[in-house]
Design a protein around this ligand. Structure first.
Ligand SMILES: Cc1cc2nc3c(=O)[nH]c(=O)nc-3n(C[C@H](O)[C@H](O)[C@H](O)COP(=O)(O)OP(=O)(O)OC[C@H]3O[C@@H](n4cnc5c(N)ncnc54)[C@H](O)[C@@H]3O)c2cc1C
Length: 489
């Protein structure tokens, strides 16, 4: 049996960025192939997730929507099907720019497969991209290994959506990554059902100071006071009004003294909605392993082994110490690590911490974000205070000026020197603090890369040359519902 080996656009990696890239490319009229090493779409959304807050931060601190496009389209679709919760923009959340638009990750996967079929995206699953075909500095295709052996697939434009920039590295593109000593810890998540939420809520209402809610207080003076948030927790009767529950300080510290907690992460979890209003607890911070580079399989192996041990300790703690967990049970341990930090391409432009802080606008904007810069985790029990920038060693923290949003330039998607290659998702070109790794950001850059690739094919221009046609690309994205210039109330 013969297989198709020639495509206009080849998207490598079927995570959130790759999904959005493939959909936008197919919508642009390009014959599009999406190659994924596992059998599932969604990447960290599904294989190692869900992310604690997905989707979140689609609005800036001024309450204006700064992310839409395929993110909103998928959210609306899941909401209409009963697989998402209504956008949650309560005052306390809106003031901190930390709004939630909860989705059910399993139904997200189902929807992603349906949308690929509807849009005519071809899929090649269970296939690892192991190499890149080039003529000089121009990428002409990729090499895949799968059950069929080792084969070449040609593409006029290739998009690297592998999360860690694997295809860009294979193409010889310049990438940047911190060293093993500095890299943020990775983790392995698990999901839990059977929690007695009423019992837990009683504990929360009577012990609100036992929780971390720095993200609701930072970063602006007119955001909530600590007392506002404590009062909110005291009056909370609905667990979905809390979103994340991190802290359990007193119980955790007691457990630590008793040898029932490990010193590598804080205690807590996020919420995931399921059908019929059911809620599950998702633990994505219960294990953390340092000094592991995503580009080293031995490091990843150590990380996997260690995380499983830590998760077991953490789970025993919740069962033994936390009210409401007595009859809870694990429904899933993720099959893949959640990788916090890895290589980024060095592109035509490198988005910086200062750009985030200045809420900078760019002529070649392809989308916006209001997510802070420089929130690093360390493998310690006080993970979240580091996120809030208290640790001087990690004080790169920056919030967009006046609660506004910053632009993401098209040039961040174009690797220097290598032609006919675009990058999207976690590995786009930024400095370390401005890392665009959050889920909604990966879909914004994915959508733009897909639309750009299709336009490149149509015009017979390289993605780099397409900078001359930036208005045309921007119009396509606007027509697809993206937010580029004006944030919307
Ligand atoms: C602990 C943790 C918590 C997080 N919490 C949140 C959160 O609460 N909210 C939020 O918005 N974000 C969160 N994030 C970030 C977010 O989940 C990820 O950064 C994002 O999902 C990355 O998307 P991506 O498409 O760039 O990459 P990925 O989701 O990693 O997708 C890459 C895909 O490429 C495939 N692939 C890789 N190499 C190859 C290859 N050679 N050939 C073929 N396929 C390949 C992989 O299998 C995968 O499917 C969190 C991250 C971590 C680590």
């Amino acid at each position: 049996m013969g297989y198709e080996t020639k495509y206009d656009v080849v998207v490598c990696g079927g995570g959130t960025s790759g999904f959005a890239a493939a959909i936008a490319s197919a919508r642009g009229g390009a014959k599009t192939l999406l190659i994924e090493k596992t059998g599932v779409l969604g990447g960290q959304m599904s294989l190692s997730g869900p992310p604690g807050f997905a989707y979140a931060r689609l609005f800036n601190m001024k309450g204006e929507r700064d992310v839409a496009g395929i993110v909103k389209e998928t959210y609306d679709r899941l909401l209409a099907q009963g697989h998402a919760l209504p956008e949650w923009r309560s005052d306390i959340r809106a003031r901190a720019g930390y709004t939630f638009s909860y989705i059910d990750p399993d139904w997200w996967v189902m929807m992603a497969f349906e949308m690929c079929e509807e849009e005519g995206v071809e899929l090649l699953l269970d296939s690892l991209v192991v190499g890149v075909e080039k003529e000089g500095d121009t990428v002409t295709g990729v090499v895949v290994e799968n059950a069929n052996g080792r084969n070449t697939i040609s593409g006029q434009i290739v998009i690297d959506c592998t999360g860690e920039g694997y295809v860009s590295m294979q193409a010889g593109a310049e990438t940047a990554c911190v060293d093993r000593e500095t890299v943020q810890p990775h983790t392995l998540a698990f999901t839990v059902d059977g929690v007695d939420w009423d019992k837990l809520l009683w504990y929360i209402r009577t012990n609100p100071e036992q929780f971390s809610f720095k993200q609701l207080i930072f970063p602006y003076e007119d955001a909530n006071t600590r007392e506002d948030v404590l009062e909110y927790y005291r009056k909370c009767y609905k667990v979905t009004d809390l979103g994340e529950l991190m802290g359990f300080y007193e119980l955790r510290d007691m457990a630590f003294k008793n040898g029932d907690w490990h010193p590598y992460s804080g205690a807590g979890f996020f919420l995931t909605p399921k059908e019929g209003g059911h809620i599950q607890a998702h633990f994505q911070h219960s294990s953390q392993v340092d000094h592991a580079l995503p580009t080293d399989a031995w490091d990843l192996t150590r990380c996997n082994i260690e995380c499983r041990k830590q998760n077991k300790i953490a789970w025993n703690f919740f069962k033994k110490y936390v009210p409401g967990f007595e009859h809870a049970y694990i429904t899933r341990t993720c099959t893949e690590l959640r990788l916090r930090e890895g290589p980024r391409i060095v592109g035509e432009y490198v988005l910086t911490r200062d750009d985030v802080e200045a809420a900078r606008q760019f002529e070649d904007t392809i989308g916006k974000s209001s997510f802070k810069a420089g929130g690093y985790h360390v493998a310690g029990m006080d993970t979240l205070s580091v996120v809030a920038g208290k640790d001087q060693k990690h004080n790169d923290l920056a919030f967009p000026k006046d609660g506004k949003s910053y632009d993401i330039p098209y040039r961040c998607l174009i690797p220097r020197k290598i032609e006919n290659l675009l990058a999207a998702g976690k590995c786009v070109s930024t400095d370390r603090p401005a890392y665009l790794r959050y889920l909604h950001q990966t879909m914004v850059t994915g959508q733009a890369a897909g639309a750009a690739a299709a336009l490149s094919v149509k015009k017979g221009k390289t993605p780099r040359k397409l900078q001359e046609d930036i208005r045309e690309l921007q119009q396509i994205l606007l027509d697809q519902g993206a937010v580029l210039f004006e944030t919307k109330i």
